[in-house]
Design a protein around this ligand. Structure first.
Ligand SMILES: Nc1nc2c(ncn2[C@@H]2O[C@H](COP(=O)(O)OP(=O)(O)OP(=O)(O)O)[C@@H](O)[C@H]2O)c(=O)[nH]1
Length: 320
Protein backbone atom coordinates (compact mmCIF):
# COMPACT_ATOMS: atom_id res chain seq x y z
CA UNK A 1 0.00 0.00 0.00
CA UNK A 2 2.71 2.35 1.00
CA UNK A 3 4.66 1.70 -2.12
CA UNK A 4 1.53 2.34 -4.14
CA UNK A 5 0.89 5.72 -2.57
CA UNK A 6 4.49 6.72 -3.03
CA UNK A 7 4.24 5.93 -6.72
CA UNK A 8 1.03 7.88 -7.12
CA UNK A 9 2.46 10.83 -5.32
CA UNK A 10 5.62 10.97 -7.34
CA UNK A 11 3.77 10.86 -10.63
CA UNK A 12 1.47 13.69 -9.60
CA UNK A 13 4.24 16.01 -8.54
CA UNK A 14 5.57 18.24 -11.29
CA UNK A 15 8.51 16.25 -12.57
CA UNK A 16 11.79 18.08 -12.39
CA UNK A 17 13.10 18.68 -15.90
CA UNK A 18 15.43 15.85 -16.75
CA UNK A 19 19.10 16.58 -17.20
CA UNK A 20 20.19 16.46 -20.82
CA UNK A 21 23.58 15.98 -22.37
CA UNK A 22 24.66 15.64 -25.95
CA UNK A 23 26.48 16.87 -28.98
CA UNK A 24 25.87 19.64 -31.47
CA UNK A 25 27.98 20.64 -34.41
CA UNK A 26 27.99 23.76 -36.49
CA UNK A 27 28.38 23.41 -40.19
CA UNK A 28 28.57 26.02 -42.88
CA UNK A 29 30.78 27.59 -45.46
CA UNK A 30 34.25 28.74 -44.44
CA UNK A 31 33.99 32.06 -42.63
CA UNK A 32 30.32 31.52 -41.80
CA UNK A 33 31.11 32.28 -38.16
CA UNK A 34 31.11 28.78 -36.66
CA UNK A 35 34.19 29.16 -34.47
CA UNK A 36 33.14 32.58 -33.22
CA UNK A 37 29.73 31.22 -32.31
CA UNK A 38 31.28 28.27 -30.49
CA UNK A 39 33.42 30.67 -28.49
CA UNK A 40 30.45 32.90 -27.69
CA UNK A 41 28.42 29.95 -26.43
CA UNK A 42 31.23 28.55 -24.35
CA UNK A 43 32.31 31.97 -23.16
CA UNK A 44 36.01 31.57 -23.75
CA UNK A 45 38.34 31.37 -26.69
CA UNK A 46 38.79 27.68 -27.42
CA UNK A 47 38.43 27.35 -31.15
CA UNK A 48 40.71 29.38 -33.36
CA UNK A 49 39.08 32.15 -35.37
CA UNK A 50 40.64 33.95 -38.26
CA UNK A 51 39.65 36.22 -41.09
CA UNK A 52 40.57 33.55 -43.56
CA UNK A 53 38.67 30.36 -44.44
CA UNK A 54 39.53 26.84 -43.32
CA UNK A 55 41.49 27.56 -40.19
CA UNK A 56 39.55 25.00 -38.17
CA UNK A 57 41.36 21.83 -39.16
CA UNK A 58 40.83 19.86 -36.02
CA UNK A 59 37.61 19.02 -34.31
CA UNK A 60 37.60 21.36 -31.34
CA UNK A 61 34.92 20.87 -28.71
CA UNK A 62 33.60 23.57 -26.49
CA UNK A 63 31.32 22.62 -23.61
CA UNK A 64 28.37 24.63 -22.34
CA UNK A 65 27.69 23.68 -18.72
CA UNK A 66 24.25 24.40 -17.30
CA UNK A 67 22.58 23.10 -14.18
CA UNK A 68 20.08 21.23 -16.34
CA UNK A 69 22.20 20.35 -19.34
CA UNK A 70 25.56 19.88 -20.92
CA UNK A 71 25.89 20.92 -24.54
CA UNK A 72 29.06 19.70 -26.21
CA UNK A 73 29.98 21.60 -29.33
CA UNK A 74 31.92 19.91 -32.02
CA UNK A 75 33.45 22.41 -34.37
CA UNK A 76 34.07 20.72 -37.70
CA UNK A 77 36.25 21.95 -40.53
CA UNK A 78 34.44 23.49 -43.46
CA UNK A 79 33.02 21.07 -45.97
CA UNK A 80 34.36 21.88 -49.41
CA UNK A 81 34.77 20.44 -52.84
CA UNK A 82 37.73 18.09 -52.40
CA UNK A 83 40.74 18.72 -54.59
CA UNK A 84 43.35 16.87 -52.59
CA UNK A 85 43.49 13.87 -50.30
CA UNK A 86 43.42 16.25 -47.38
CA UNK A 87 40.23 17.75 -48.76
CA UNK A 88 38.62 14.32 -48.97
CA UNK A 89 39.71 13.41 -45.45
CA UNK A 90 38.30 16.64 -44.11
CA UNK A 91 34.96 16.01 -45.80
CA UNK A 92 34.86 12.48 -44.38
CA UNK A 93 35.50 13.91 -40.92
CA UNK A 94 32.64 16.32 -41.45
CA UNK A 95 30.15 13.67 -42.58
CA UNK A 96 31.12 11.30 -39.78
CA UNK A 97 30.60 14.08 -37.28
CA UNK A 98 27.20 14.94 -38.73
CA UNK A 99 25.97 11.40 -38.41
CA UNK A 100 27.05 11.20 -34.78
CA UNK A 101 25.70 14.41 -33.30
CA UNK A 102 22.30 15.03 -31.71
CA UNK A 103 21.68 18.28 -33.52
CA UNK A 104 23.28 20.06 -36.46
CA UNK A 105 23.44 23.85 -36.64
CA UNK A 106 23.75 25.12 -40.20
CA UNK A 107 25.40 28.56 -40.10
CA UNK A 108 24.52 31.05 -42.82
CA UNK A 109 25.85 34.60 -42.59
CA UNK A 110 23.12 37.24 -42.62
CA UNK A 111 25.23 39.56 -44.75
CA UNK A 112 25.74 37.20 -47.68
CA UNK A 113 23.13 35.87 -50.05
CA UNK A 114 22.74 32.09 -50.10
CA UNK A 115 25.22 30.84 -52.69
CA UNK A 116 26.33 27.61 -54.36
CA UNK A 117 28.62 26.85 -51.40
CA UNK A 118 25.67 26.94 -49.00
CA UNK A 119 23.56 24.81 -51.32
CA UNK A 120 26.34 22.26 -51.61
CA UNK A 121 26.25 21.83 -47.84
CA UNK A 122 22.46 21.97 -47.64
CA UNK A 123 22.14 19.13 -50.15
CA UNK A 124 24.50 17.03 -48.04
CA UNK A 125 22.45 17.93 -44.98
CA UNK A 126 19.25 16.84 -46.69
CA UNK A 127 20.77 13.37 -46.96
CA UNK A 128 21.24 13.10 -43.21
CA UNK A 129 17.88 12.03 -41.89
CA UNK A 130 18.54 11.27 -38.26
CA UNK A 131 19.75 14.51 -36.67
CA UNK A 132 17.50 17.55 -36.32
CA UNK A 133 18.79 20.58 -38.19
CA UNK A 134 18.69 24.14 -36.96
CA UNK A 135 19.39 26.96 -39.40
CA UNK A 136 21.46 29.64 -37.67
CA UNK A 137 21.67 33.04 -39.30
CA UNK A 138 24.99 34.44 -38.11
CA UNK A 139 26.45 37.98 -38.02
CA UNK A 140 23.05 39.65 -37.72
CA UNK A 141 24.79 42.78 -36.41
CA UNK A 142 25.99 43.43 -39.95
CA UNK A 143 22.54 43.81 -41.55
CA UNK A 144 19.31 45.77 -41.17
CA UNK A 145 16.06 44.05 -40.25
CA UNK A 146 14.80 43.98 -43.84
CA UNK A 147 17.86 42.11 -45.09
CA UNK A 148 17.60 39.74 -42.14
CA UNK A 149 13.94 39.04 -42.86
CA UNK A 150 14.78 38.30 -46.50
CA UNK A 151 17.50 35.91 -45.43
CA UNK A 152 15.13 34.07 -43.08
CA UNK A 153 12.63 33.66 -45.91
CA UNK A 154 15.34 32.49 -48.33
CA UNK A 155 16.50 29.84 -45.83
CA UNK A 156 12.96 28.65 -45.25
CA UNK A 157 12.53 28.44 -49.02
CA UNK A 158 15.79 26.54 -49.54
CA UNK A 159 14.69 24.03 -46.88
CA UNK A 160 11.43 23.43 -48.73
CA UNK A 161 13.19 23.02 -52.08
CA UNK A 162 15.71 20.52 -50.77
CA UNK A 163 13.38 18.69 -48.42
CA UNK A 164 15.07 19.79 -45.22
CA UNK A 165 12.79 20.37 -42.28
CA UNK A 166 14.38 23.04 -40.09
CA UNK A 167 13.72 22.34 -36.43
CA UNK A 168 14.29 26.08 -35.92
CA UNK A 169 15.60 29.09 -37.80
CA UNK A 170 17.48 31.32 -35.36
CA UNK A 171 19.20 34.65 -36.01
CA UNK A 172 22.25 35.33 -33.81
CA UNK A 173 25.19 37.65 -33.50
CA UNK A 174 28.14 36.06 -31.76
CA UNK A 175 30.19 39.26 -31.61
CA UNK A 176 27.30 41.41 -30.32
CA UNK A 177 26.17 38.52 -28.08
CA UNK A 178 22.61 38.66 -29.42
CA UNK A 179 20.41 35.58 -29.05
CA UNK A 180 23.41 33.38 -28.23
CA UNK A 181 21.82 32.17 -24.98
CA UNK A 182 18.54 31.67 -26.78
CA UNK A 183 20.30 29.42 -29.27
CA UNK A 184 21.57 27.27 -26.40
CA UNK A 185 18.04 27.18 -24.97
CA UNK A 186 16.74 25.88 -28.30
CA UNK A 187 19.48 23.32 -28.82
CA UNK A 188 19.33 21.78 -25.34
CA UNK A 189 15.82 20.24 -25.65
CA UNK A 190 17.08 18.35 -28.71
CA UNK A 191 19.70 16.54 -26.65
CA UNK A 192 18.96 13.15 -25.12
CA UNK A 193 18.25 12.85 -21.42
CA UNK A 194 21.28 11.79 -19.47
CA UNK A 195 23.96 12.83 -17.00
CA UNK A 196 26.82 15.20 -17.81
CA UNK A 197 29.43 13.55 -20.00
CA UNK A 198 32.34 15.79 -19.01
CA UNK A 199 33.38 17.14 -15.61
CA UNK A 200 32.39 20.74 -15.02
CA UNK A 201 35.15 23.20 -15.82
CA UNK A 202 36.21 21.39 -18.96
CA UNK A 203 35.89 23.76 -21.86
CA UNK A 204 37.46 21.56 -24.45
CA UNK A 205 38.84 18.05 -24.59
CA UNK A 206 41.16 19.04 -27.38
CA UNK A 207 44.66 18.11 -26.31
CA UNK A 208 46.71 21.14 -25.37
CA UNK A 209 49.26 20.23 -27.99
CA UNK A 210 46.75 20.62 -30.78
CA UNK A 211 45.57 23.98 -29.49
CA UNK A 212 49.17 25.12 -29.21
CA UNK A 213 49.84 23.95 -32.76
CA UNK A 214 46.81 25.91 -33.92
CA UNK A 215 48.05 29.07 -32.21
CA UNK A 216 51.37 28.73 -34.01
CA UNK A 217 49.71 27.94 -37.32
CA UNK A 218 47.45 30.95 -37.03
CA UNK A 219 50.39 33.24 -36.25
CA UNK A 220 52.47 31.73 -39.05
CA UNK A 221 49.70 32.32 -41.59
CA UNK A 222 49.12 35.93 -40.63
CA UNK A 223 49.93 38.29 -43.45
CA UNK A 224 51.03 35.54 -45.85
CA UNK A 225 47.72 33.78 -46.45
CA UNK A 226 47.63 34.78 -50.09
CA UNK A 227 51.02 33.22 -50.68
CA UNK A 228 50.51 30.13 -48.52
CA UNK A 229 46.77 29.55 -48.27
CA UNK A 230 46.63 25.95 -47.06
CA UNK A 231 50.24 24.91 -47.12
CA UNK A 232 51.14 25.06 -43.46
CA UNK A 233 50.81 22.40 -40.80
CA UNK A 234 52.24 22.59 -37.30
CA UNK A 235 53.17 19.69 -35.05
CA UNK A 236 54.23 20.09 -31.43
CA UNK A 237 57.06 17.60 -31.03
CA UNK A 238 57.83 17.98 -27.36
CA UNK A 239 56.68 19.80 -24.24
CA UNK A 240 58.96 19.49 -21.21
CA UNK A 241 59.44 21.50 -18.03
CA UNK A 242 62.97 22.96 -18.00
CA UNK A 243 65.10 21.18 -15.43
CA UNK A 244 66.89 22.93 -12.58
CA UNK A 245 64.41 25.80 -12.36
CA UNK A 246 63.37 27.22 -8.98
CA UNK A 247 59.86 26.08 -8.06
CA UNK A 248 58.46 29.61 -8.29
CA UNK A 249 60.04 30.22 -11.72
CA UNK A 250 59.07 27.31 -13.92
CA UNK A 251 59.73 27.31 -17.64
CA UNK A 252 58.16 25.03 -20.19
CA UNK A 253 60.19 24.11 -23.27
CA UNK A 254 58.05 23.60 -26.33
CA UNK A 255 59.53 22.35 -29.60
CA UNK A 256 57.34 22.61 -32.65
CA UNK A 257 57.81 22.06 -36.35
CA UNK A 258 56.17 24.26 -38.92
CA UNK A 259 55.68 22.21 -42.08
CA UNK A 260 55.55 23.80 -45.49
CA UNK A 261 55.12 22.11 -48.84
CA UNK A 262 57.99 23.52 -50.87
CA UNK A 263 61.49 24.79 -50.12
CA UNK A 264 60.57 28.06 -51.85
CA UNK A 265 58.04 28.75 -49.07
CA UNK A 266 60.71 28.69 -46.39
CA UNK A 267 61.74 32.27 -47.00
CA UNK A 268 58.16 33.49 -46.70
CA UNK A 269 57.73 31.93 -43.27
CA UNK A 270 61.16 32.80 -41.93
CA UNK A 271 61.42 36.31 -43.39
CA UNK A 272 64.54 38.43 -43.86
CA UNK A 273 67.13 37.43 -41.25
CA UNK A 274 64.56 35.27 -39.50
CA UNK A 275 62.59 38.33 -38.45
CA UNK A 276 59.20 36.97 -39.37
CA UNK A 277 59.60 33.60 -37.69
CA UNK A 278 60.72 35.43 -34.56
CA UNK A 279 57.51 37.47 -34.59
CA UNK A 280 55.45 34.31 -35.11
CA UNK A 281 57.21 32.83 -32.11
CA UNK A 282 56.61 35.86 -29.90
CA UNK A 283 52.95 36.13 -30.84
CA UNK A 284 52.09 32.47 -30.40
CA UNK A 285 54.18 32.19 -27.24
CA UNK A 286 52.04 34.86 -25.61
CA UNK A 287 48.89 32.92 -26.44
CA UNK A 288 50.37 29.64 -25.26
CA UNK A 289 51.44 31.23 -21.97
CA UNK A 290 47.93 32.60 -21.50
CA UNK A 291 46.47 29.16 -22.23
CA UNK A 292 48.78 27.22 -19.92
CA UNK A 293 49.40 29.90 -17.32
CA UNK A 294 53.14 29.28 -17.29
CA UNK A 295 56.18 30.91 -18.93
CA UNK A 296 57.20 29.16 -22.11
CA UNK A 297 60.33 28.86 -24.21
CA UNK A 298 59.15 28.22 -27.74
CA UNK A 299 61.50 26.66 -30.24
CA UNK A 300 60.20 26.69 -33.82
CA UNK A 301 61.68 24.86 -36.79
CA UNK A 302 60.56 25.21 -40.37
CA UNK A 303 60.59 21.97 -42.33
CA UNK A 304 59.59 20.95 -45.80
CA UNK A 305 57.06 18.11 -45.99
CA UNK A 306 56.85 17.74 -49.72
CA UNK A 307 53.28 17.71 -51.04
CA UNK A 308 52.07 16.77 -47.59
CA UNK A 309 48.50 17.46 -48.53
CA UNK A 310 48.57 14.56 -50.99
CA UNK A 311 50.54 11.99 -49.04
CA UNK A 312 48.56 9.66 -46.71
CA UNK A 313 51.61 8.84 -44.58
CA UNK A 314 52.41 12.48 -43.95
CA UNK A 315 48.76 13.25 -43.26
CA UNK A 316 48.59 10.56 -40.60
CA UNK A 317 51.73 11.89 -39.01
CA UNK A 318 50.20 15.33 -38.87
CA UNK A 319 47.15 13.93 -37.17
CA UNK A 320 44.61 13.75 -39.97
N1 LIG B 1 30.29 41.22 -37.32
C1 LIG B 1 30.36 39.94 -37.00
N2 LIG B 1 31.40 39.21 -37.43
C2 LIG B 1 31.46 37.90 -37.10
C3 LIG B 1 30.45 37.28 -36.31
N3 LIG B 1 30.78 35.98 -36.17
C4 LIG B 1 31.95 35.81 -36.83
N4 LIG B 1 32.36 36.96 -37.40
C5 LIG B 1 33.59 37.16 -38.19
O1 LIG B 1 33.56 36.35 -39.35
C6 LIG B 1 34.86 35.82 -39.63
C7 LIG B 1 34.79 34.30 -39.69
O2 LIG B 1 34.41 33.79 -38.44
P1 LIG B 1 34.84 32.34 -37.95
O3 LIG B 1 34.15 32.09 -36.67
O4 LIG B 1 36.31 32.16 -38.01
O5 LIG B 1 34.18 31.45 -39.11
P2 LIG B 1 34.22 29.88 -39.30
O6 LIG B 1 32.92 29.53 -39.90
O7 LIG B 1 34.60 29.20 -38.05
O8 LIG B 1 35.35 29.73 -40.38
P3 LIG B 1 36.23 28.42 -40.78
O9 LIG B 1 37.02 28.06 -39.58
O10 LIG B 1 37.06 28.96 -41.88
O11 LIG B 1 35.28 27.38 -41.24
C8 LIG B 1 35.78 36.34 -38.53
O12 LIG B 1 36.45 37.47 -39.03
C9 LIG B 1 34.81 36.72 -37.42
O13 LIG B 1 35.31 37.76 -36.63
C10 LIG B 1 29.35 38.10 -35.85
O14 LIG B 1 28.42 37.66 -35.15
N5 LIG B 1 29.37 39.41 -36.24
Amino acid sequence: MNAMSVRTQSSEQPAEAAHRAGFACFVGRPNAGKSTLTNALVGQKVAITANQPQTTRHTVRGIVHRPDAQLILVDTPGLHKPRTLLGERLNDVVRTTWAEVDVIGFCLPANEKIGPGDRFIAKELAGIRKSPKVAIVTKTDLVDSKTLAEQLIAIDQMGKELGIEWAQIVPVSATANKQVDLLADLLIPMLPEGPALYPEGDLTDEPEQIMIAEFIREAALEGVRDELPHSIAVVVEEMLPREDRPADKPLLDIHANVYIERPSQKGIIIGPKGKRLKEVGIKSRRQIEALLGTPVFLDLHVKVAKDWQRDPKQLRRLGF
